[in-house]
Design a protein around this ligand. Structure first.
Ligand SMILES: *[C@@H]1O[C@H](CO)[C@@H](O)[C@H](O)[C@H]1NC(C)=O
Ligand SMILES: *[C@@H]1O[C@H](CO)[C@@H](O)[C@H](O)[C@H]1NC(C)=O
Ligand SMILES: *[C@@H]1O[C@H](CO)[C@@H](O)[C@H](O)[C@H]1NC(C)=O
Ligand SMILES: *[C@@H]1O[C@H](CO)[C@@H](O)[C@H](O)[C@H]1NC(C)=O
Ligand SMILES: *[C@@H]1O[C@H](CO)[C@@H](O)[C@H](O)[C@H]1NC(C)=O
Ligand SMILES: *[C@@H]1O[C@H](CO)[C@@H](O)[C@H](O)[C@H]1NC(C)=O
Ligand SMILES: *[C@@H]1O[C@H](CO)[C@@H](O)[C@H](O)[C@H]1NC(C)=O
Ligand SMILES: *[C@@H]1O[C@H](CO)[C@@H](O)[C@H](O)[C@H]1NC(C)=O
Ligand SMILES: *[C@@H]1O[C@H](CO)[C@@H](O)[C@H](O)[C@H]1NC(C)=O
Ligand SMILES: *[C@@H]1O[C@H](CO)[C@@H](O)[C@H](O)[C@H]1NC(C)=O
Ligand SMILES: *[C@@H]1O[C@H](CO)[C@@H](O)[C@H](O)[C@H]1NC(C)=O
Length: 771
């Protein structure tokens, strides 16, 4: 594909008022190059429409597009470099030339500063270190220039016929000033005098030592040829003068490759014929960018390839070579192109001397190349956060906005971090937690999976044009879903459970034992249940239904409550949350499923009558407390041992025992008086008969449920009615004793007073042995 354009050689017209200042402003850079002055004006300094005037003794001349091409100036706006560049040939019209060795370029820079026109009068003097060779050719972006040493300008032998033809007009006019005769496609055109030639756009000048011809491209007198497929533009002029009887003729040929460049497999390629100026021994090529040549070794290192094939020089430069310029462009998608300001020197040697030096300036542009940005899913499931990297974002592209599932990202919850890469690209890492409200969740019950989904829409802009394009990405993450898990907390008065709702939690149900947790169940058992859209809170007061107690000592005990999570369909337990908390002991009784009665009993009243809790015992006076302090005693024994009385009701069996102050002194004042069971401190465990089926089959005490325990203090020391059998709470006792008055204790008759079937009696003997 052919391409090639030079960036706007700006047409500069000037109608400027003048207000001069003479020092070199900081936005102006002036350099001496081998064959030209290079003036670079920062765009920020130059403003929108800078103008230049070339200045010499005769006045100031505005450098317009046409004037530039005729007079040896090249003016380019290079937005990617951020400056306006003016190149002036050392032979440009208004450059002061001292013996072809010292060149001074005076010019005015006219800019608009804050609305006011300002003229900066500037100058640069250069003395090129490179010796002028017999023939110097410059193929600039807007003109061709050739200069030859005056003494070598001669008539070539091969063109004798042409010269003879030319001779006549030169000979006929008398006396003759210099005439110029162009030759096009082998034909001689009518000669013209130099002022006419100047009007036609040709500048022909004589310096101290050289003859200069300059012309814009595409003049009527120019012609094009193809040299091995490479287009070449040529201007062939013959200067004639007859002085006295001598005729001077100078042949001036300027030829430049018009190759526009090719883009091939990552290279920008430019071609020029090896022998634009034939009849020389060898040619040498040097390549560079931006008006400066580089050493061959440097060029090779940077991947430049210079190749002479089939008498054509092929120069290949990696499209993204250092010194080139890259630009992003939006056309639906993101594209980029590269611009190289190619600079080539071609020299022809004749023995050891350089005969011809040709300099070529060209601007080569790649076609539009697709530059896709990409996204990479860098999510790590364990982090529970989407991590998505947007990469290959060029330098001149900025991230303007990110929408996730249609919502603009919120910097306080989503993080976007810019990552700079060494290859002049950058990227952005976006993080969005899975549980962010914008994340779409799709759960599959069959697969027990939860799919998180994030559709990302990146809005990117190309600067400085501010053109927008979009990049979309979609990431998902699949996680196994787990049954809900409660968080348990110990309170002074019980155990609390907290569950944060997840959208898919309806797949499970929550139960306490076999009972489904509902507000009705909570009300029935005295649980405090609160449930809103965010979370469920269950507060289970101590001693309510469902607790299990362990490690009872006088100091304290452990209470355990368990919440089960069941599959809603099969009711199979999927998980459970068990929370055990320590509580201080005051007074309590527990009746375990394996038939053990454990009780901490407040005996302060008994103490009043002169006893000590350590010296108490149960009905069987061999059964004493396991532990005792100043006011309390801890008993623990199998329900049917230690002389327990078994009371059988229709649906319940109650094991009852009683606390005596001592072996000798029962915990009663007057045993004779005592026909009132109620008068002693009684310990009772009541089990539903239905749950005791094993007792009847394998004679082993094993209840399906724990028993209901009660500590019954003598009537007149208690509040409320201890004889009621309503309750069915696990632990009916807290401190019931309010005012100790006196102890009226009754002797309790032994168990055989009750009618217990032989069968049950037998069982009670087989019951667990006291530990
Ligand atoms: C021709 O050259 C002389 C001396 O170098 C210079 O003063 C003059 O301006 C030049 N004229 C043109 C048209 O280049
Ligand atoms: C060239 O510019 C310098 C300031 O940079 C100034 O001092 C000098 O006078 C100028 N020369 C001419 C010939 O304008
Ligand atoms: C150049 O030639 C034109 C006619 O072709 C003539 O009018 C003009 O005067 C000549 N100029 C000079 C300087 O001889
Ligand atoms: C060399 O150039 C000639 C003329 O353009 C062409 O016919 C020939 O194929 C070229 N050879 C190679 C190897 O490119
Ligand atoms: C961003 O998130 C914070 C915290 O969630 C919230 O307070 C704020 O309103 C959000 N801002 C926008 C623009 O959504
Ligand atoms: C730039 O470097 C990054 C990180 O090494 C890489 O992922 C990316 O593909 C590179 N881009 C280009 C255009 O070379
Ligand atoms: C469950 O998994 C099967 C097989 O992997 C798949 O075809 C199906 O779409 C999944 N169902 C859902 C709701 O994701
Ligand atoms: C870029 O364009 C957007 C809309 O296309 C506009 O809102 C914004 O202000 C522009 N920014 C600049 C710096 O021009
Ligand atoms: C993104 O990465 C996660 C974690 O490696 C993976 O499970 C998921 O399938 C990926 N998603 C996509 C759309 O690539
Ligand atoms: C709690 O509320 C959620 C919805 O807010 C409901 O799905 C759930 O069934 C409720 N749970 C109980 C135990 O009431
Ligand atoms: C109860 O006591 C037993 C034996 O001393 C011990 O192994 C266990 O950890 C205790 N339970 C709690 C909840 O501390």
């Amino acid at each position: 594909m052919g391409f090639g354009f030079y960036l706007g050689v700006t047409l500069l017209l000037s109608v400027w008022a003048t207000s001069k200042c003479d020092r070199v402003p900081s936005g102006v850079h002036m350099e001496c190059r081998d064959r030209h002055f290079m003036i670079a004006i920062d765009l920020s300094f130059a403003g929108s429409e800078p103008h230049f005037e070339a200045v010499d003794r005769t006045g100031a001349y505005t450098i317009t597009e046409q004037y530039a091409a005729e007079c040896g100036y090249s003016l380019m706006v290079l937005p990617l470099l951020g400056h306006v560049e003016l190149r002036a040939s050392y032979f440009s019209c208004h450059t002061d030339n001292k013996a072809d060795e010292l060149f001074t370029f005076n010019f005015n820079l006219l800019v608009n500063h804050e609305g006011k026109p300002v003229t900066h009068a500037l100058n640069k003097t250069c003395s090129p270190s490179l010796r002028w060779s017999p023939r110097e050719v410059t193929c600039e972006v807007n003109y061709m220039e050739v200069s030859v040493r005056r003494e070598v300008a001669c008539v070539s032998e091969t063109n004798k016929d042409v010269w003879n033809a030319a001779f006549k007009p030169a000979y006929s006019s008398f006396p003759s000033p210099w005439q110029v005769m162009f030759q096009k496609d082998g034909e001689l055109l009518t000669p013209m005098n130099l002022s006419d030639a100047r009007k036609q756009g040709y500048v022909i000048n004589l310096t101290d030592g050289r003859l200069v011809l300059r012309t814009a491209y595409g003049q009527p007198e120019s012609f094009s040829v193809e040299v091995n497929g490479v287009p070449v533009e040529l201007v062939h002029a013959t200067l004639l003068s007859r002085q006295s009887w001598l005729v001077f003729m100078v042949d001036l040929v300027v030829a430049c490759s018009m190759h526009e460049g090719l883009f091939d497999r990552g290279y920008i390629m430019w071609e020029t014929p090896e022998a634009l100026y034939p009849s020389l021994d060898s040619t040498q090529i040097s390549v560079g960018l931006n008006g400066e040549l580089m050493m061959q070794s440097v060029a090779e290192e940077r991947g430049y390839i210079v190749d002479n094939r089939n008498t054509t020089v092929h120069i290949s430069i990696p499209y993204n070579a250092d010194g080139g310029y890259r630009k992003s462009l939006v056309s639906g998608e993101l594209y980029e192109y590269y611009i190289l300001h190619l600079y080539v020197e071609q020299t022809s040697q004749k023995k050891d001397n350089i005969d011809t030096r040709l300099r070529f300036h060209g601007t080569l542009v790649t076609p539009l190349l697709l530059h896709p940005v990409f996204t990479e899913n860098r999510t790590v499931l364990e982090d529970h956060t989407f991590t998505v990297y947007l990469g290959d974002v060029p330098e001149d592209v900025k991230l303007a906005a990110v929408h996730v599932n249609g919502h603009l990202t919120n910097a306080s919850v989503h993080t976007i971090v810019k990552v700079v890469q060494p290859n002049n690209t950058h990227g952005y890492t976006l993080k969005v937690p899975f549980d962010d409200p914008v994340v779409i969740q799709q759960f599959s019950k069959e697969n027990a999976t939860l799919l998180y989904r994030l559709d990302i829409d990146y809005t990117l802009t190309v600067e400085p044009e501010n053109n927008t394009f979009y990049h979309v990405a979609s990431v998902t993450a699949l996680t196994d879903i787990s049954p809900p898990a409660f968080y348990g907390l110990c309170y002074e008065s019980g155990i609390g459970f907290k569950l944060d709702h997840r959208p898919f939690d309806y797949l499970w149900e929550i139960s306490v034992g076999t009972d489904l947790l509902t507000s009705e169940l909570a009300a029935q058992h005295g649980y405090i249940l609160s449930n809103d859209s965010q979370s469920l809170l269950l507060n289970v007061p101590l001693f309510t239904h469902g607790y299990q107690y362990s490690n009872v000592t006088l100091k304290g005990f452990f209470a355990t409550f368990e919440i089960l999570v069941r599959d809603r369909e099969t009711s199979a337990v999927q998980s459970s949350t068990v929370k055990t908390c320590p509580f201080p002991t005051t007074e309590l009784i527990m009746c375990s499923t394996d038939g053990r009665m454990t009780a901490v009993v407040d005996l302060s009243l008994a103490i009043l009558s002169g006893g000590s809790p350590g010296r108490t015992s149960l009905i069987d006076n061999k059964c004493g407390p396991k532990e005792a302090d100043g006011t309390r005693a801890l008993f623990s024994f199998p329900v049917s041992s230690c002389g327990s009385i078994i009371k059988l009701a229709k649906e319940y069996v109650t094991y009852e025992n009683e606390i005596f102050f001592s072996q000798k002194l029962p915990f009663k004042k007057n045993p004779v008086d005592s026909n009132h069971d109620e008068d002693g401190i009684k310990l009772q465990c009541t089990y539903p008969l239905a749950g005791l089926h094993r007792l009847f089959s394998v004679y082993k005490f094993e209840s399906d449920t724990i028993g209901i325990g009660r500590i019954v203090h003598p009537e007149h020391f208690t509040e409320g009615s201890q004889s009621t059998t309503t309750e069915l709470t696990t632990m009916p006792t807290t401190r019931r004793i309010t005012r100790p008055v006196s102890l009226r204790l009754a002797y309790h008759p032994p168990a055989q007073y009750f009618k217990v079937s032989r069968f049950l009696k037998k069982l009670s003997k087989k019951g667990p042995v006291p530990s």
